[in-house]
Structure formats: C-alpha cells, structure tokens
Design a protein around this ligand. Structure first.
Ligand code: MEV
Length: 320
C-alpha cells in the first residue's frame, strides 16, 4: 500500500497565453489531494472518491480504455496510460481524499492524475524522474480534456512557486520569500473549457491583435519572475494590474471579479488580478501585510469569500 499527496495550484501570472506555449508563473497551494493505492489479486480496479460521490466504482483492466463516468475519468486514464507505457498490469484499489473544494478551481484533476502515476511507479517499482512524471500526467490530462497547458500538472509535481514554459520544458523554481497574497473567491464556478474556446475563437479571428496581447503578457511574466525573486511586492503588484488589464482586453474578466479586484485596490493592495480561467473562481491581491485585514474586509464586503491557503506548498510526495 502506498499513500501519495499533491498540492493544488494558484495561477499568479500568464493564464490563457500559457495555452499557446508561452510562460506562466504558478504557486502550489497546500490544499492537498491524497491518494492511497494498493494492489489487488484480481483484474479489477476499484475506485473510491467520496468527494465526488464515487463509491466502489469498479472496472476491469480490459475496460480501462472504454468510457467511464466523468468523476472517474482522470484516475482510470492515468492507470491505462501507465500500464501501456510500462507494459505492466495489476488490479488496484484506489482511495482519494481531498482537502479542497473542487468548485473553487484549485486543480483537483491534475493533482489526482499526478498522484496515481506517482503512486503506481512507487507501488510497482518503476523508476520515473519528474520530467517523465510530467509527460505521462500531462498526456493523461490532454487525453481527457483535449486542451490544457500543463501548468497545473507541473505545479502538482514540482510545488513551490514555478516559472513554467511548456515549449522549452522549463520548470524553474523561483527562489522567494513567502508571497504576501490574499485570495478572494467570487462564489461562481469558472467554466475553463468554454473560456479557453472563446479565447481560441478570438485568436483565430484577430490573430495579430491577440498575439500582441500575448506578447505583452509574456513580457509581464518575465518581469514578474525577477520582481518575485527580488521580493519587490510593490512592483509585483504593478505587474498584476498590467496583466489584469490585458485579461480584460480578451474578455475573460467578470463583474464579480472586477468588484473584488477594485475593492482590494481601494483598500490599499499593491495590485490585484483574476487567477485562472476567469469568468468566476478566484482573484488574488498582493498587499503590505499590515493592511491584510482591511483588504480582506473589503473583499468580503462586496460578496467575496476569503480562501485561507498556504502557498508555495511542497509538490507531490509519498506520505509516511
Ligand atoms: C486555467 O486555470 C488557466 C488557463 O490558462 C487554462 C490552462 O492553462 O490550461 C486558462
């Protein structure tokens, strides 16, 4: 039996442009998804994921590439891809436990995928380095979702605060003090697939304009990496505001996000922006710590919910 856990993620800079192989900066959040795996003596996979109401979902090894319920897809595809790649098979019991509410959009499907592949490699004695773990987990996410930049998979594996560039396979940990970030949840679930499609349509129609926006976001991401390393939170805040301005131009913000963002800026945040796909989910603000209280109050007064989360969490790990 083996127990592994992986963190959730919070996008800091570069959402949407990262889908087109540009860089982004992401931090891991210490709301973890844990997964227990154990071998069975038959040819069955039995999955228990109470957080998505999946109880004793059973599939035979021969049916792993068939259709499965949405709640089981990532886990089953991760098993299938692992068995195919390493030409090995075993019946498996899988039990997941989540600290996080998948509604908030902190990345539970990438965390569960990474856990299962990491857990299988430990359980079945197959050595995998982090790059191999990334490639197989990312392939699994693409098999299910069709689109996705892989930044959430990288955050689940490497943890901490990460500069991510898929094209050049750069996964660089950013050395930094604790980022003074406040997270506000709009209460609205973002529809990532629809928003990613909408941006793709814009890119197809107005490629010059949208690519110029993506170029500007890329510049912001590169500068943000330096300012995070310098712990210059005021500059990081300015860059967040610039990134948000560009996200508005591609229409992924929403009135709820804007109201949380402007409340935090009026209360003295250095900067604020949406985090993730937009449309809902979370916004983040960076602020002097002596002003945290006022900013949290301001966000709550306009209907936002504060998510208390430890960021820069450790990546996937085997639990004792
Ligand atoms: C969603 O959290 C972030 C997007 O960039 C999509 C992705 O990178 O997969 C919008």
């Amino acid at each position: 039996m083996i127990k592994v856990s992986a963190p959730g993620k919070l996008m800091l800079f570069g959402e949407h442009s990262v889908v087109y192989q540009r860089p982004c900066i992401v931090t891991a959040v210490n709301y973890r998804m844990s997964t227990i795996l154990e071998k069975r003596n038959d040819d069955k996979v039995v999955l228990n994921a109470p957080e998505v109401n999946l109880l004793n979902y059973t599939a035979s090894l021969a049916s792993l590439d068939k259709l499965h319920p949405k709640e089981a897809q990532f886990a089953i595809r991760a098993l299938f891809n692992f068995f195919e790649k390493y030409k090995i098979r075993s019946g498996i019991n899988i039990q997941t436990k989540s600290d996080f509410n998948s509604k908030v959009g902190l990345g539970s499907s990438s965390a569960v995928t990474v856990n299962i592949i990491k857990g299988l490699s430990e359980l079945l004695g197959i050595k995998m380095n982090q790059e191999e773990l990334f490639e197989l987990s990312y392939k699994t996410v693409l098999d299910i979702q069709g689109v996705g930049s892989g930044f959430d998979v990288a955050a689940a594996i490497y943890g901490k605060t990460l500069f991510f560039n898929l094209k050049e396979r750069i996964f660089r940990l950013i050395e930094t003090e604790k980022l003074p970030i406040i997270i506000g949840y709009t209460g609205i679930k973002a529809d990532t697939t629809t928003l990613v499609k909408m941006v793709k349509e814009k890119l197809d129609k107005e490629s010059g304009k949208i690519n110029r926006i993506f170029d500007e976001i890329t510049e912001i991401v590169n500068l943000a990496k330096i300012e995070i390393e310098n712990s210059d939170w005021e500059k990081v805040g300015e860059l967040m505001n610039l990134n948000q301005e560009l996200l508005r131009k591609i229409d992924v913000s929403s009135k709820e996000l804007e109201s949380l963002i402007s409340a935090s800026l009026s209360a003295g945040a250095y900067g604020a922006k949406l985090s993730g796909a937009g449309g809902g989910d979370c916004m983040i603000a960076i602020a002097p710590s002596d002003n945290y209280h006022n900013i949290k109050d301001a966000i709550q007064r306009v209907g936002g919910q504060i998510i208390e989360a430890d960021i820069q969490a450790q990546g996937v790990k085997v639990e004792a």
